[in-house]
Design a protein around this ligand. Structure first.
Ligand SMILES: *Cc1c(COP(=O)(O)O)cnc(C)c1O
Length: 363
């Protein structure tokens, strides 16, 4: 029997997604592929809740989605505020610097949520062009209040780039209503597709900023000047080529997006909330202490808990011997002291019960 995969991405795939992966590849210029790509672009609008943003799907992982955003929005000398709640938030700093931007880092202790007030104080000192915020930092399981950060971004006229790799599809996110400029994700987390697709929703202000660039993006592959015409063509059911899309992954993505919309995005958020409360309550009853500083700032797509006195860093390998794959820690300050469990996508409560049983038997 296969292991039960419960890490914060990649996640288990549904039968329809597996089937899409197993078919012979489509020609990337065929009407079938173009139709499928076009529908996926269309469905993304319904999942990010945006009628106005430009969807973009490029072969590559979530990190490419981050670079695709930054390399097109940052010009040499631009000041950026990087609001970080952990490992993935921190990653924006070298990325922005690589593209010539100047970074101010606003970070918090592991488990704390970043404060919008602190960010606003920094923005008041002016001159920032862009702010990055991580919706769910997968290293700590902390969720950030994106709506609040969007309000302050608007007040200070900076572009807001949100990394929702571990949020979109599982946690509430309203791109238009909250007025976010760019939101990015990867295919293998709460969207429950295989790893390998970088997904962006680019708002109108971000597009304007891109079109006003003084010099072209320094990235050849990630350049929106190359990709925007391709996305337009696919939306209009015309063939176009810049670089070969990972065709089978696109078929798998289409299958999962259809499943998400069939469930209903708000129902899906509610289901994740319920699974998360169930799982967190059970772990806390066993005596585990959460990494996030409170339930209000804890993500519902995953859980992060300290081993405490109950276990140690051998827990994941012991649980693996019982057929359940969990993840260890990655936050630099607490790395060896905690473990992480992904419960996003198609995970069911009975699978979480199986994981709890395996964990209990290892304590
Ligand atoms: C996983 C993750 C990434 C990186 O995505 P890759 O697909 O591993 O490149 C970035 N940000 C967050 C919040 C993530 O969870």
């Amino acid at each position: 029997m296969e292991d039960l995969l419960l890490i914060p991405g990649p996640v288990q795939l549904s039968p329809a997604v597996l089937e899409a992966l197993a078919r012979q590849p489509l020609a990337h210029t065929s009407p079938e592929f173009i139709g499928s790509f076009g529908s996926s672009l269309d469905m993304l609008g319904k999942i990010f809740l945006s009628k106005t943003a430009q969807p973009m799907i490029v072969s590559g992982s979530g990190t490419l989605a981050m670079e695709c955003a930054i390399s097109n929005l940052i010009e040499p000398g631009d000041k950026a505020l990087v609001v970080s709640s952990g490992y993935f938030g921190d990653r924006f700093q070298p990325l922005i610097e690589r593209h010539g931007g100047e970074v101010t880092l606003l970070s918090v202790e592991a488990g704390e949520a970043p404060s919008a007030e602190a960010a606003e104080t920094m923005l008041e000192h002016g001159g920032y062009r862009l702010m990055t915020v991580t919706h769910v930092d997968t290293s700590t399981g902390v969720a950030t209040d994106i709506k609040r950060f969007a309000e302050i971004a608007r007040r200070h006229n900076v572009l807001l780039v949100v990394d929702s790799v571990c949020g979109i599809g599982g946690m509430e996110f309203r791109m238009d209503e909250w007025d976010v400029d760019l939101c990015l994700t990867g295919s293998q987390k709460a969207l429950a597709a295989p790893a390998g697709l970088a997904i962006l929703m680019i708002g109108q202000r971000a597009l304007e900023r891109f079109h006003a660039r003084k010099e072209p993006s320094r990235s050849y592959y990630a350049d929106w000047a190359q990709w925007l015409p391709i996305m337009k063509a696919y939306s209009e059911c015309r063939p176009a080529y810049f670089a070969t899309p990972a065709v089978n992954l696109f078929s798998a993505l289409e299958a999962t997006l259809r499943e998400i919309l069939a469930e209903g995005i708000e129902n899906r958020w509610a289901r994740h909330k319920q699974m998360s409360s169930f799982f967190k309550d059970e772990l806390e009853q066993l005596g585990f202490e959460a990494v996030p500083s409170g339930r209000a700032v804890a993500a519902t797509t995953m859980s992060a808990y300290y081993y405490g006195k109950l276990a140690d860093s051998t827990l994941c390998s012991k649980v693996k011997n019982r057929g359940v794959t969990l993840a260890g820690g990655i936050h630099k300050d607490i790395k060896d002291r905690y473990f992480r469990v992904g419960h996003m996508g198609n995970v069911t409560e009975s699978q979480l019960e199986q994981a709890l049983k395996a964990i209990k038997s290892c304590l």
